[in-house]
Design a protein around this ligand. Sequence first.
Ligand code: GLY
Length: 417
Amino acid sequence: MNKFFYLSCLLLIITAMSCDSRQNNGTLIERSFNKAIPLYDNLLKTTADNLEDYPHSLHPDGSIKYLQIDEWTGGFWPGILWYMYEYTEDEKWKIEAIRWTESLTSNQYNTAHHDIGFMMYCSYGNAIRFLDAPSYKEILVQSAKSLCQRYNEQVGSIQSWNTRKSKGDINIWEFPVIMDNMMNLELLFYASKVTKDSSFRDIAISHALQTLAHHVRPDYSSFHVVNYDPITGKVLHKQTLQGFSDNSTWARGQAWGIYGFTMVYRETGDKRFLSTAVGMADFFLDHPNLPDDKIPYWDFNVGEEGYHPDWDYHQEMEVPRDASAAAITASALLELCEYADAGKRDKYKNAAHEILSTLASEPYLNAEQSNPYYLLKHSTGNFPSKNEVDVPLIYADYYFLEALHRFRQQKDHTHSE
Ligand code: GLY
């Protein structure tokens, strides 16, 4: 009798705990989207008939920092509107998502930098999940053609930025490629699928292999910038622009790598990309400097011995975090856990859930509307340039919402099994 009683109690507790954790997960998604609604309503009001100013961040005085169509973050606002539509199924968000997506049309010819993948695939790439619009597909294919114009066969890579000076004016970068560029490759895989022209895909694979060879270190940390000789294809410099020092690991660069190599594995099935994504994810998650709440400092090596910045660094404040790197990583891990060996699956899934729980709580979620516009707080854009330090950033919100959708789909999938 006693044994039966204790066993029943245990069963009840386990059932209650599992319901509670499911409810918490459900609540996490629901709470985050519900908090987002009034914030993005406010952002929409500020941009009502003006489809030229794309919300990006906040100025120090609290006013909205907008960027224009030529900047890399223009696609995130329409992408957010698509994610809001996907969750709420409210036509209001779809109407705005279409307006903002179409505002980017002329970017399909933008060859000024590599960011066209971010701009067009986060906007039009999301739009085609909901609309059967042949013109959108053509725009994406033209965007892919524009991106390929920056490909150099000798280097085997797409040039990220035009020729520029390195941080601290140490040298000139003639053909700089940054880790972030991995994110632009999804557009090329898409273009090959719709046109049946494999050249886009070939360029993407070549670029990913070069990035693997030269940006990823043996311990799976990463260089932010690699500068090549555009004539010989030789690697000339391995440096950083937004990280602490050339040999450090910039948190968002590492996050772009985890996400990018996971996506390239999805598109190619090539295990070299999977093991790179796994190695980079493990570096991130197992790093002794990753705080317990799993939101990284803006660089893994800030102020550490052996890391020497090419800019003036004085530790005056607590090292800021980068919620954007956390959001990108959470989204990437929710895909990577589907491909990784059984032994790693739970590690990535649990880490993604932990990151999302942290982001969906104080002090990261803007639940109390400490600013009226953005969902996540505490991201860092470019610390060495003292630009966008500990602020909301539109792409942190975008990847957070994407990760919440991935989380929701996984949960739905798990329950239907
Ligand atoms: N270039 C994109 C970034 O700052 O992460």
